[in-house]
Each structure stands twice: as C-alpha cells, then as structure tokens.
Design a protein around this ligand. Structure first.
Ligand code: SAH
Length: 373
C-alpha cells in the first residue's frame, strides 16, 4: 500500500490555506496562524506550533508537511552576493541569488526548471526546458533566503538580524508568465503581511513579453513589471527574443501601456542587454526613444554576461555609457545594471542549475493558461 502524498503547506496562499482548514472541519483563522509559523517564524515542525491544539497538530503531522527545497550548495561571492543551489524532489536544480546593495537586499528567484523561450543570448535557454516550479518551490526560495540566510522581514518584530529582505525579482531561470498560476499565488504569499509583507513596488516579474499573460496579470495582481526588450525593431527582436514572432513589438508596447494605465506613478522597467555591434548603436538608441514615446518607463541597461559557447560579446563600457546618455537626453530614466556575483556565476543570465531537458527542442511549446504557444 502506498501512503498518500502529504500536502506541502509551504505552497498555500491565504485563500488556499483557509479552504483547506475549512475542508478539514476547522476554523479558517488557523490559516493565519499557520502562515505566520511557516513564513514569519520559519517553523516547519508542527510540534513547535504551540498555539494550535494538540489534536490539530497531530492531524497535521499525519496529512501535511512543511517542506522547503533542499540547499545543495551555498556560494558566497567576494562582493557580498550569495547564491543558493536548491535541489527539487525530481533531482533538478534551480538557483537563487541574494544581492545586498546599500540598504536594499534583493533576492532573484527562478520560476521554471530551464526555459523554453530560446533567447539567443541567455545561458538558461541552452539547457532546454524541464518543468514549471510549484508554488512551494517558488516561495521556498524566499523561505530559504530569509530563514536560512538569516534576514529579517518587514514584520519579523524583534529580529536578531540586521539585514532585511527588501525586494524580490523573478529574474532567475525561466519565464514567470509561462507559469502563471503558481507565480501569482507565490507572489500573494510574498505580499501577505502574515508572511513576508513585501509591497507591490518590491516584487517584480520580468517577462520576455507574453502579451495575453500581461493583460491577465493586471486582472489578478499589482506586482511590478519588467519587460525584456533588447531590441527596438521586430527583425532584430525576432532573432534575440524569438517569442517576438508571436507577439511583436507593437502588441507588446500596447500591453505595457495597459498594464500601468490608471496609476500615473507606475512605470514599466525595460531591460536591454548590451550586445557589442548588435543592438548598441546610436541608431538603436534613437529607435528605442521613438518606440517608448508615451510609455511610462525606466530603462535598465544590462551588460551582457558571456557564457561558454556564445558568440556574443558585451558592448564596451564607453558605448554603454554613451547609449545611456542618449536615452537620458530624451528624458528617459536610465540606469546600467551593476554586474554582481561574477566570481560565482551568479550574474544575470548565468544561472545554470541542472536540468534534465524534457523538451523536444524542435517541438518547443510553452503552456500559457492552457494555450500552447
Ligand atoms: N524570462 C524572463 C526572466 C529571465 S532573466 C525574461 O525574459 O525577462 C532576467 C533578465 O536577464 C532578462 O532581461 C534576460 O533577457 C537577461 N539575460 C539573460 N541572459 C543574459 C546574459 N547572458 N547577460 C545579461 N543579461 C541576460
């Protein structure tokens, strides 16, 4: 006889947790207690949850568990960045990176094992795609950083730690909007005051531009949006970010405008990887200014991080600076991303993990809310 799998409570947002307690014949307020124990206090053993009755605790230990992803490697970088390699039940690995910078501490997390989008300059693309991460595996990366990495959160009370987790970005491995439901639910937990209490401006999803999912996101979440643009014309973007063939620039820009509509303080962050001789000329900068006219935006230039097997090179620093100045002269807020954690391969686009590729590369498909793209 096989034992039925226990429910991992780490992956339940407040609504799902309340539904579960009610289904078990208990009062919904236990969901609040449970969220606090797991996410605020980092407790995984039901026996330590002292404000729950003994009978509830023993019922829980029979049918449920709080299981965080297993840390395989923790790598500190000389610049203070830390990378965690986490092993999932299936033996696949994903990576998350903690980046302290002044009084800001940002955690970069993954949403899929590998990626199916095949962007030509991204090392994750080289590994193919295996599967979506579950809610528990996404939020588990935050749990590990806070409770294993000893960070306080906005609502930790008298925390002995002096560094707080201030921001989470879904900019690790995978395309977050191709794992829509799990990502939205994980973000609910990150934003919940009983868990990590991160506000809408402090959690950012980065997308390659899956247009229908951007419209869907606006209906269910107020999270900040970053869009990987990388080119100002369709011909070049088709090559760099192939999903552009399905959702070209005009449609993407319209979706971006719609996302921030109704709140004039909100902006889309556009990411633009600086590739030597490919997308870094003054002509490209002018095209970018024209493309983004009327879009409330910030531009983040990312120096390309090379990886074995790539023919791309990073633009020289003076060209990146000239590009930034050109954008700035048009009134666009533009910054150049600092490369962090280079000595531990934790820089943008370098997260590798270990992926058993289940995608048939010639038949690549991504599920977006039931639609195959
Ligand atoms: N799929 C999401 C998140 C991926 S990674 C997306 O496309 O936005 C986050 C950012 O890193 C993206 O802007 C991505 O284009 C960029 N990136 C990927 N590989 C890179 C590399 N080798 N050097 C610099 N940036 C890279």
């Amino acid at each position: 006889m096989t034992t039925p799998e226990k429910i991992n409570l780490l992956g339940l947002d407040r609504k799902a947790m309340e539904t579960l307690f009610v289904a078990w014949g208990h009062k919904p307020f236990h969901a609040r207690q449970m969220l606090k124990w797991i996410h605020k206090h980092g407790v995984t053993d039901f026996a330590e949850m002292t404000d729950l009755s003994k009978s509830l605790r023993s019922q829980l230990s029979r049918v449920a568990e709080v299981r965080a992803p297993e840390i395989i490697v923790e790598q500190p970088s000389s610049d203070g960045t830390r990378k965690w390699v986490l092993e999932l039940v299936c033996g696949n690995r994903v990576e998350s990176v903690l980046i302290p910078d002044g009084d800001r501490t940002t955690l970069c997390i993954s949403s899929q094992v590998g990626c199916s989008l095949d962007c030509s300059f991204c090392s994750t693309a080289q590994q193919g795609f295996n599967r979506n991460l579950s809610v528990a595996e996404i939020v588990g990366q935050v749990w590990v950083a806070v409770h294993y990495g000893k960070l306080c959160t906005k609502n930790s009370g008298k925390s002995p730690y002096d560094r707080a987790l201030t921001n989470v970005v879904l900019m690790g491995m995978g395309e977050p909007l191709a794992n829509f439901d799990a990502v939205v639910s994980a973000i609910d937990i990150m934003q919940d005051d009983l868990a990590y209490g991160l506000s809408k401006t402090r959690v950012t999803i980065s997308t390659s531009g899956i247009v229908p999912a951007i419209y869907d996101l606006k209906k269910v979440s107020d999270v900040s949006l970053a869009v990987s643009l990388h080119a100002a014309n369709d011909a070049l973007r088709d090559e760099l970010v192939p999903i552009n063939k399905r959702y070209p620039l005009a449609e993407l820009i319209a979706a971006c405008k719609a996302y921030v509509e109704g709140d004039n303080r909100r902006k889309i962050t556009f990411e633009y990887v600086m590739l030597d001789g490919i997308n870094d000329s003054m002509k490209d900068a002018k095209a970018l200014i024209r493309l983004l006219e009327g879009v409330p935006s910030k531009m983040n230039l990312i120096p390309f991080n090379p990886f074995p097997g790539t023919d791309y090179r990073c633009s020289p620093p003076e060209r990146i600076e000239a590009f930034r100045q050109k954008l700035k002269s048009s009134g666009m807020i533009s910054t150049t991303r600092k490369t962090r954690g280079e000595d531990i391969d934790a820089a943008c686009g370098q997260l590798v993990g270990k992926v058993q590729d289940r995608s048939r590369r010639e038949l690549r498909s991504v599920m977006v809310k039931g639609e195959t793209i």
